[in-house]
Design a protein around this ligand. Structure first.
Ligand SMILES: NC(=O)C1=CN([C@@H]2O[C@H](COP(=O)(O)OP(=O)(O)OC[C@H]3O[C@@H](n4cnc5c(N)ncnc54)[C@H](O)[C@@H]3O)[C@@H](O)[C@H]2O)C=CC1
Ligand SMILES: O=C(O)[C@@H]1CCC=N1
Length: 271
């Protein structure tokens, strides 16, 4: 495993997931530094993962080989302008949605080496999915380093066209929230049937975990085949599935993902 020193500028939910995944995969926590303006998130990360933390973005970036830009898109410009004097040969990895690669050179006021990535929070458990995009000028060693870091927390997929990162957001970066929403709705329906929240969540989440594992374990079977294996003719599942289909689940999912991509495109023009 590489000995690269990594610093995360911004210590929120997504860096927490990546750092947790890295440390669990055996990455030396002493090589990881996270910064944040407020103390509580840093205290928790230090306690949970044994990493270095500070409030000093510039010093942390100066000392790093890889700087992961992990603030919200609307703060990215100000943070990059502040960081600029500390950036020289470091590889920059951004996890921010929306902001195009070319914009970072403006933010830093100089040419920087930057790889765009789109991770997701299951990285915390080593079950992440990260899309990566690097412009042509980025060398093999930097691509390999970024790929290795993200792969230690789950699967990766390189995309050749930058616009495809927005599709990664719709399919993987944002999508854990879709699944949480679906299970939330199932639990609410279970509670409306007088089940306890605890029992309804146990049943629904274990079914979700089992279904996810079935998809992964059976790549030779189409998703329709997996669905059909549950759906007895004239049985109970068929009634539920027909209700989803009649209610327009598929077009609704398409619309939701389209709106997700549209928002990423708007963000590209805003920040
Ligand atoms: N949450 C998610 O599932 C995913 C988030 N992302 C991207 O990750 C980035 C961060 O998102 P989250 O972690 O969810 O947000 P968050 O709101 O949990 O964390 C952002 C952190 O940045 C800190 N911060 C604000 N100003 C700062 C500064 N000047 N210097 C250092 N830190 C500063 C905030 O205090 C906060 O702790 C966003 O750009 C988002 O697009 C990407 C993929 C998935
Ligand atoms: O909601 C967002 O904008 C970020 C990007 C993907 C997941 N969270």
């Amino acid at each position: 495993m590489t000995k690269a020193k990594i610093c995360f500028i911004g210590a929120g939910n997504m860096p927490r997931a990546i750092i947790g995944g890295l440390v669990a995969s055996g990455y030396d926590p002493q090589l990881i530094h996270a910064t944040n303006p407020s103390a509580p998130k840093l205290d928790a990360m230090r306690a949970d993962f044994g990493i270095h933390t500070s409030h000093d973005n510039l010093a942390a970036a100066r000392d790093a080989d890889v700087v992961v830009l992990s603030v919200k898109p609307q703060l990215m410009e100000a943070v990059c302008r502040e960081l600029s004097p500390a950036i020289d040969k470091q590889l920059l990895i951004t996890i921010a949605a929306g902001i195009p690669e070319r914009r970072y050179h403006d933010y830093f006021g100089k040419q920087v080496k930057l790889i765009r990535t789109m991770p997701n929070t299951p990285m915390l458990l080593g079950l992440g999915m990260t899309g990566l995009y690097a412009p042509a000028k980025i060398g093999e060693a930097d691509r390999a380093l970024a790929g290795m870091l993200m792969q230690s927390c789950g699967d990766i997929l390189w995309v050749e066209k930058e616009e495809d990162i927005n599709k990664v957001i719709a399919l993987a970066g944002s999508s854990p929230a879709y699944f949480f929403l679906f299970v939330e709705a199932m639990v609410e329906a279970g509670m409306a049937l007088n089940m306890t929240e605890e029992a309804a969540r146990h049943l629904a989440q274990q079914a979700a975990v089992g279904a996810a594992a079935m998809m992964k374990a059976n790549p030779e079977q189409s998703l329709a085949q997996l669905r059909e294996a549950v759906t007895s003719k004239g049985g109970t599942t068929a009634q539920a599935i027909a209700t989803f289909e009649q209610g327009g689940l598929r077009p609704l999912v398409k619309q939701a993902m389209g709106n997700c991509i549209k928002r990423a495109e708007e963000m590209a023009n805003t920040f």
